[in-house]
Design a protein around this ligand. Sequence first.
Ligand SMILES: Nc1ncnc2c1ncn2[C@@H]1O[C@H](COP(=O)(O)OP(=O)(O)OP(=O)(O)O)[C@@H](O)[C@H]1O
Ligand SMILES: [Mg+2]
Length: 335
Amino acid sequence: MAEVEINAVSKAFGKAQAVSGLSLTVGDGEFVALLGPTGAGKTTALRLIAGLERPDCGSIRIDGRDVTGDAPADRDVAFVFQQYSLYPHLTVFENMAFALRAPTRRVPEADIRAKVQEVARLLHIESKLHNKATQLSGGQMQRVAIGRALVRSPSIYLMDEPLSSLDAKLRGELRLELKRIQVDLGATILYVTHDQTEAMTMASRIGVIEAGRLMQIGSPREIYENPVNAHVAARLGQPTINLLPAALFAGVPAGVETIGARTEHLTIGRGGGDVSATVKRVEHLGDQSHLHLDLGGRPVVTLADPEAGLGAGDEVSLRLNKPLFFDAKGWRVAA
Ligand SMILES: Nc1ncnc2c1ncn2[C@@H]1O[C@H](COP(=O)(O)OP(=O)(O)OP(=O)(O)O)[C@@H](O)[C@H]1O
Ligand SMILES: [Mg+2]
């Protein structure tokens, strides 16, 4: 495994600026997640590192070596694609063994068998090794696609939403498995996702990417507790942070236009708060309930206390407790 260093890399497709001045280092053995909405430039960033796209400017180093001009095959990266494509006529075993069979690698057959078996066991697809790729469910295919990368020991694994086509239960299981495998192997992983739970639970650092730009990078906790702007604040947290006009509240510091209030920043009472709001509905999600409020025509969503017995039409008071402050452009203002 190796350190990967991306330095001021940009890439445009015609008028679309997919990636803008991206600088990022993934340390040896580190798990970094790139989190961002659709079209943010996540896949393009991975393709640039893999050498599948040429940057317009900037450089990429792997293990201290400048690989900016190198062909993909000379970069020693393993890519798990968002649109995984298996060789349909080959068995699961042969799909996974494929990269190890490259003539330049000369891996002994016994080693190939052992490695494929080991990875198939980790991914719970051992019983499918002799199936054709076409005889698998989508979730099984996705695991084979991950397995094809894991049989190799590249400088870095680039993973593009590898769990996106799995059902919620399997996604939760594989999230834990993948993290365990990464720790066991000491693997360096750059992992792209728009799923905040995946980023929060697997990554040692999260890079939040928006419209081709890296907005902030830090530990999950730093990103959650100390977002640089309202975009980043809205990326993490469920329910999503409430961004409310400062004018609705008294005693807000100068320069603050927007107040960011997560559940933990809001105390709901039956009176005596900063402002009053009306309950629109209580949404029961099983493990938690969301309380939807109307605050002077603005929607506010927070976790509901099931003991409070609130229902539609109830009047409540709302008190702010150390919320986040943002200026007119959405940048953080110190409290
Ligand atoms: N080959 C291409 N030709 C033209 N435009 C492209 C190409 N690839 C990407 N883009 C554009 O670049 C931007 C970033 O695309 P990218 O695929 O990197 O986003 P993403 O963050 O991976 O999104 P998603 O979450 O939907 O996969 C988009 O506006 C997209 O339309
Ligand atoms: Mg993508």
